[in-house]
Structures are given as structure tokens and as C-alpha cells.
Write a protein that binds this ligand. Structure first.
Ligand SMILES: [Zn+2]
Length: 528
């Protein structure tokens, strides 16, 4: 069977089907009219045809297969028998609309386990649509927000606002990934004792949060908070800073995932104190990031293995967000990413400028010495991650974008590249971003796999991500074919909850949004 799909989508077009009947020799020319889906619309029966599938469980690619989506569920996956295909009598499921995935890879929808839904940066407005469409265009079908707070001030987003967005996303009313809300424990007013810690957990539970994001907390409050969270069934993401608690506390109290990495090497320092200079001030971000770059070398290798084993035994997962520290090891790379030219929103552009008033803008006066330390820091960190997984640990992927030169979605794909750099096989990298992240969310029975009866979250990738993870970037890649340069790549379709979104269309929307915002700011310079 040969299907010819013209460019474009959302239009009716003709597919010529050449069938060799298996009992009779003459070719039968059947003409069928098949609809390609319209972006943003859910169908009764959508079939993704001829797909090579990389599942989210770490197994090798397999295909070609036809994937049947009914409503928001994967109802059937049919492996196509190559002999029957050649003969022309392969059993193919019918669909109301079809996506031709010939020569393409289908992966579970990517999950962003460390996301920040943001409507403002540096108190300047930024349209939500910009971020949500970038995420979808980068193949992200689920985000775990770890930044919403009660009584949000400044750039923060309010839990209630995010709850209503989650509702709109679940109802398919907005083009958005699924949203899981891990609300900030240290929202205003900050819990000061065990009783207040328990009350805060109860409050989040009643509001309908999915979990709690913890950072900057003393041990006694952490103990009460985690105990209460386990009782009410809320999961816990812990950004362990350089502070009283370390990974040992996460192991003891049962944290779901350690975010970033501080707290892991800190738990392995023999003298139990970081060897910072006497002038060090944790609240000075340049100090904080500069000397963080010298922490992994302080970890005692033998104790570190015990910490990693402890995390494995206590089911503490690890979401390292390596992408968000990349400016520390290579500032110039971070500042000159090619997609900034047309896709960086002026609000984010302004926010990324070195400015000591904005979080993460610590790199004024950043030196080659800082970068050299950070490169070593990464090497040790990456080898700890490898060791953690070998010992049975669960590693997730998150972009932490909106800070330090990382754009929404692009940061997640960059994070996947860094997992590959750490030594993980691309199959494992994809598992980190799908099956493992689903496990961290406690959704492994519904999300993170291309499997019958799972929710229909998947992406159709225009190329071979196992060869080149850069294929996932919506800006695409160049390849040489028959001596000619061909521009290809990108996520062609992001299917979330059974709703297909056309990647290039979303990405064009983002481009237009950025162009409009730039021209508005040009004509009204009083609003930078
Ligand atoms: Zn974060």
C-alpha cells in the first residue's frame, strides 16, 4: 500500500491505495478519501499509521504499527506484518482521520517534571499562550508545576489561578499540556512550626493540589510536613538548597523526588560542612552559584555511593535539571541559542539580562575559572547520575525554564541532550522523560507509555530521535540527502489527551506572538 500525503493538514485529500489482491494477480486501484486531523480537535477515531514506536519503558524501537486512538484513549496498537503488507492484505484498522507516520517515530508525550507556569517575568506580562504552545510544540504533553503559591506576589502564579488552568486544560478548552500542581510549601505566611506545617499540607490537599514543592526548610518542619503529606497522599518535590537538610533527610522522611542536585553531594561531605570562603553569603546569588560549582568535588566518593543507595532504597527519585545550570559552565552558549532570534519573547529577553534583582542573573563577572570548576562539577554530577540509575534509581527530566537563558520546551530537549552526554543511551533518555516522569507523578498506569488503554498522549517526530535528539527541537535540523541539504525534524504532531496539535502551526503562532510583542514594545518604549 502506498499513501501519498500532500503537505498541509486539516484538508481533505485523496489517498491512492494500490493493493495487490492476494488471490488474484492484477492490481486493484482503490480510491479512498481520508481526512487528516484539524489541529486542536479531538476525534472519535484517530489512527496514526505506520509508526516506529519508542515506548517509555526503556525497550527498543519497534514497528511499523498502526495506533488507534478513540476519544482520549489508545484503544489498540496493531503491529503490521511485513509479508502481509507487501502482499497487500494486511489488516489495517479504520479511522475517521489519520496521521501518516511513515518514516517517523512515535514516542509517548514528553513530561516536564520541573516546570514553572509563568505569566510575568520581572513583573512584566508574558502571555500564557506563549509558554503553553512552546511546550506543546516541543512535544510536551504534561507538566509538573513546582512554583505556584498561596497569596502569590511578584512573578509568582497563584495556586487557585493554576487550578483553574488545570481545569481548562483537562477540559480541552485551551491548547496546553496536562498540568500537575506541586504547590509551594513556603507560601506566605511561611509555616514556622510543626502544627503550621501540617495545616499547610491540609490546606493544599483541600484546594486540590497534586503535591508539594519544598525548599528552604528546617528539619523539624520538614519532618512534620512530610508525615502529613504521606497521610493525605500528596507527593513531595524537594529543592534541597545548601541548608540544614540534605538527601539524608529526603531518604529518612520519604521525599518523592530531589530537584536539581544540592543536598546530594552535601550529604556526602566528610566534615559535614561545605568548604566555602569566609566571605561567602548564601543570599548573594553570585556566591551561591560560584561556590555551588565547587561542591561535587567535596563529596566523598564512598559516602556518595551510600547516599545514592539510600535514595534507591527509599524510592527517592532525582530530577536533576542540568539544563538550568548550563550558563555556569558555558555562559556564551547559553546566551546565544539560535532560537532566541525569532522565538524569545521580549519579556523573557529582558528578564534574562544580567540584573542582580532577578533570580538567576548571577553571571555578571563570570570567569573562565568559574566555568572550569563547573565543567568538573558536571562531570562528577553526571557520573553520580549514572551510578544512581545503575543502582536502581529513577531519574526524571525537567526544564526549570523561564530562568537563566532557558526557554520553555527547548530547555527540556536540551536537558535530554545532557542526559545523553551523561552517558545514558537515547532509549534511556526517552524513558527518563516519559515512563520515569510518569512514575514520579504516580501516573505510571495512565501516562508515559504508548500502550493500549493508556491515555492518548504521544508525539509524531519528523525524523529519528534515537540518532539525534536535536530532531525534537521545533526549529528542526539540517540533513544531507543525495548531496543536498534538506531541512527536516521537529515534532509534527503532539497528541495530548487524544487531541492532535500540529507542531509547526503552534510554533508559527509563537513566532507571530513574539513579533507582535516586539513591535509593540518598540512603539511604546516606556513599557520595555
Ligand atoms: Zn524551579
Amino acid at each position: 500500500m502506498l499513501t501519498i500525503h500532500p503537505r498541509g493538514y486539516g484538508r481533505q485529500f485523496i489517498i491512492l491505495v494500490f493493493t495487490t489482491a492476494w488471490l488474484m494477480s492484477p492490481l486493484i486501484h482503490a480510491q479512498t478519501t481520508i481526512k487528516s486531523p484539524t489541529s486542536g480537535r479531538r476525534y472519535q477515531r484517530l489512527v496514526v499509521r505506520n509508526a516506529m514506536i519508542v515506548d517509555g519503558n526503556g525497550t527498543p524501537a519497534s514497528g511499523p504499527k498502526d495506533i488507534v486512538i478513540e476519544g482520549n484513549t489508545i484503544s489498540e496498537i496493531v503491529a503490521l506484518d511485513p509479508v502481509a503488507l507487501k502482499r497487500g492484505d494486511a489488516k489495517r484498522p479504520a479511522g475517521d482521520v489519520e496521521i501518516d507516520a511513515t518514516g517517523k517515530y512515535v514516542l509517548p508525550g514528553l513530561i516536564n517534571a520541573h516546570a514553572h507556569v509563568q505569566e510575568k517575568r520581572g513583573e512584566l506580562p508574558q502571555p500564557l499562550e506563549y509558554e503553553l504552545k512552546l511546550w506543546l510544540a516541543c512535544g510536551i504533553t504534561t507538566v509538573r508545576d513546582v512554583g505556584a503559591s498561596l497569596n502569590a506576589a511578584g512573578d509568582g502564579i497563584d495556586v487557585k489561578r493554576l487550578l483553574s488552568l488545570r481545569q481548562q486544560s483537562n477540559a480541552g478548552e485551551i491548547a496546553s499540556p496536562r498540568i500537575f500542581i506541586y504547590a509551594l510549601f513556603n507560601s506566605n505566611p511561611r509555616p514556622r512550626n510543626a502544627a503550621q506545617a501540617r495545616a499547610r499540607v491540609q490546606e493544599f490537599k483541600q484546594l486540590g493540589a497534586d503535591g508539594i514543592k519544598l525548599s528552604g526548610v528546617d528539619r523539624d518542619i520538614m519532618a512534620a510536613m512530610e508525615d502529613e503529606a504521606h497521610k493525605v497522599g500528596l507527593r513531595i518535590a524537594h529543592h534541597v538548597g545548601v541548608e540544614e537538610t540534605t538527601a539524608w533527610d529526603d531518604i529518612k522522611f520519604g521525599t518523592t523526588s530531589i530537584e536539581h542536585w544540592y543536598g546530594v553531594p552535601d550529604a556526602a561531605i566528610k566534615d559535614k560542612v561545605q568548604n566555602f570562603p569566609s566571605s561567602y553569603n548564601y543570599n548573594n546569588e553570585t556566591d551561591r552559584f560560584r561556590y555551588a560549582g565547587r561542591l561535587w568535588r567535596e563529596a566523598d566518593p564512598e559516602i556518595l555511593l551510600k547516599v545514592l543507595d539510600g535514595m534507591v532504597a527509599a524510592n527517592v527519585a532525582w530530577v536533576p535539571t542540568m539544563d538550568i545550570y548550563e550558563a555556569s559552565r558555558d555562559l556564551q552558549r547559553a546566551q546565544t541559542q539560535p532560537w532566541f532570534a525569532e522565538y524569545l519573547h521580549p519579556t523573557l529577553q529582558e528578564y534574562f539580562r544580567p540584573n542582580s534583582a532577578n533570580h538567576g542573573s548571577y553571571f555578571i563577572g563570570w570567569t573562565s575559572t568559574d566555568e572550569a570548576f563547573w565543567k568538573e562539577n558536571y562531570r562528577l554530577w553526571m557520573s553520580a547520575l549514572r551510578e544512581f540509575e545503575r543502582r536502581g534509581g529513577v531519574i526524571g527530566v525537567g526544564d526549570d525554564a523561564g530562568f537563566i537563558y532557558q526557554m520553555y520546551g527547548f530547555g527540556l530537549i536540551r536537558e535530554m541532550e545532557l542526559h545523553q552526554e551523561a552517558g545514558f543511551h537515547p532509549i534511556k533518555v526517552i524513558q527518563h522523560a516519559t515512563g520515569n516522569n510518569a512514575k514520579i507523578l504516580g501516573q505510571e498506569e495512565k501516562l508515559g507509555r504508548v500502550r493500549a488503554d493508556y491515555l492518548a498522549d504521544m508525539i509524531v517526530v519528523n525524523g529519528k530521535p534515537l540518532d539525534n535528539l536535536k530532531t525534537l527541537y521545533p526549529t528542526g535540523i539540517d540533513e544531507i540527502r543525495d548531496g543536498k541539504v534538506v531541512h527536516t525534524g521537529g515534532v509534527e504532531w503532539t497528541i495530548k489527551d487524544g487531541i492532535p496539535y500540529h507542531g509547526p502551526t503552534l510554533f508559527a503562532d509563537v513566532k507571530a506572538m513574539v513579533a507582535k510583542a516586539r513591535s509593540e514594545r518598540m512603539s511604546n518604549p516606556s513599557q520595555p
